[in-house]
Design a protein around this ligand. Structure first.
Ligand code: ARG
Length: 404
């Protein structure tokens, strides 16, 4: 008796995988697993209904809390990839890990996904799964299936898929972002109309302000109201989405080298990333910030690859965690014109004293204005010296050439 756990959404790809895993791959039983990372309720309804119609053993796992924690780790790393806050990328290792747990608990021998051979998700899923002893199979990729073949096969087999109702675009939604690709959006010059967006309103003239509180780099409250990570993200998606915050339209470089045109919506991510960086700008030194940018970029790159468990990521988080111990305080954010702008910040760790920065002739500490005279004399010394020497060098060279 062999059993295979399939990452199951109830969509066309994963639905055709069910009979194929039995008939073409020879597994005796298929176990469907749907992992909740904050998709809309309809998606679970679709998965449940399809599973029932197929007579599939079906498990739904709530991984929202684990996913929200990873989203907050990405905030501490100010993480974006080519402008995108990594929602799909961050969700994949969480989903893959949850499916692996179900597979092990329910005596499965193998793991399967319905991803194609072109995208990033196959790599992100398998990076997690291949650390186990279980077999890994990918019917859509391995059998070279096309959407048309799948549609014909589903019709022939009378599989429970809603024909022609797959929508114009391919959409991936979770707590952190909603991604839309395909259809007419595949033409990079095509300007998307409002129908592409579901989480965000077209930006209008209204504005709104609120305060986000951070503790050690993690958002913990909005306007003084404490919220757990899932609730806080949901709250800000609604609130900032109403002001058109968090739309990105990118030509994204996928892991296998292909470019893809993606449209994303991520209101909460935009608010939290902006607010977090705003607070870091108050509490970290210039050098910490400069160096952290490099660390953050590496973190985001590994996250895009789906490799958040890489040893490098742990090491990067060692540095990030050290800096975040001071990223505590309040940030005032204003939603305006589709943007989430930091308009105020305060922290007990502010590397800032109004008396030092404001233009005043009074002495600060034991330093007097006149102390800067020596610094001003030295500042740019090497550059001035180099320019003079080089001019003279050019003259000497020209003279030598005249004589020669
Ligand atoms: N390209 C993005 C990524 O790899 C997201 C793709 C989401 N999928 C979709 N069908 N819209 O992270």
């Amino acid at each position: 008796m062999t059993r295979v756990a399939l990452a199951f959404s109830g969509g066309l790809d994963t639905t055709v995988c069910v009979p194929l895993l039995e008939e073409e791959y020879g597994y005796d039983e298929v176990v469907g697993v749907t992992v909740d990372v904050g998709q809309p309720e309809e998606e679970f309804a679709e998965a449940r209904e399809t599973a029932t119609a197929l007579g599939l053993e079906h498990h739904v796992v709530d991984a929202r809390a684990a996913f929200a924690d990873l989203c907050f780790a990405s905030v501490r790393a100010n993480a974006t990839y080519q402008g995108y806050p990594l929602g799909t990328a961050l969700a994949r290792p969480v989903i893959a890990g949850a499916i692996l747990d179900v597979a092990l608990e329910h005596d499965c021998d193998a793991l399967a996904h319905g991803a194609t051979g072109k995208g990033n998700d196959q790599l992100r899923f398998e990076a997690v799964w291949r650390a186990s002893e279980l077999e890994v199979v990918a019917p859509v990729r391995e059998m070279g299936l096309t959407r048309q073949w799948e549609r014909d096969y589903a019709a022939e087999r009378d599989l429970p898929v809603e024909m022609g109702n797959e929508g114009v675009w391919s959409i991936d939604t979770n707590l952190w972002s909603r991604s839309v690709e395909g259809g007419e959006l595949e033409e990079p010059s095509h300007v998307p109309d409002e129908s592409v967006y579901e989480w965000t309103e077209a930006p209008g003239a209204e504005t709104e302000e609120f305060v986000v509180t951070f503790e050690q780099g993690a958002p913990v409250a909005v306007d003084g109201e404490a919220m757990d990570p899932v609730a806080l993200i949901e709250h800000l998606n609604e609130r900032a989405g109403a002001y058109g915050v968090g739309r990105t339209d990118v030509m994204e470089d996928r892991l296998l080298g292909l470019k893809v045109r993606e449209n994303y919506e991520h209101p909460a991510a935009t608010v939290l990333l902006n607010a977090h960086e705003g607070l870091e700008s108050l509490v970290l030194t210039k050098e910490e910030r400069l160096f952290k940018r490099r660390v953050d970029d590496e973190w985001a790159e590994k996250a895009y690859q789906g490799l958040v468990d890489a040893p490098l990521v742990g090491a990067l988080e060692g540095f990030i965690g050290e800096t975040q111990s001071k990223v505590t305080g309040d940030v005032t954010v204003r939603l305006e014109g589709g943007r989430a702008r930091v308009v105020g910040r305060e922290s007990p760790y502010a590397v800032y004293e109004a008396a030092f920065a404001s233009f005043s002739t009074e002495d600060v500490g034991s330093i007097t204005q006149a102390d800067a005279t020596g610094v001003a004399k030295y500042h740019g010394f090497q550059e001035r010296f180099a320019n003079r020497v080089r001019e003279r060098g050019d003259e000497l060279t020209a003279d030598r050439e005249d004589q020669g």
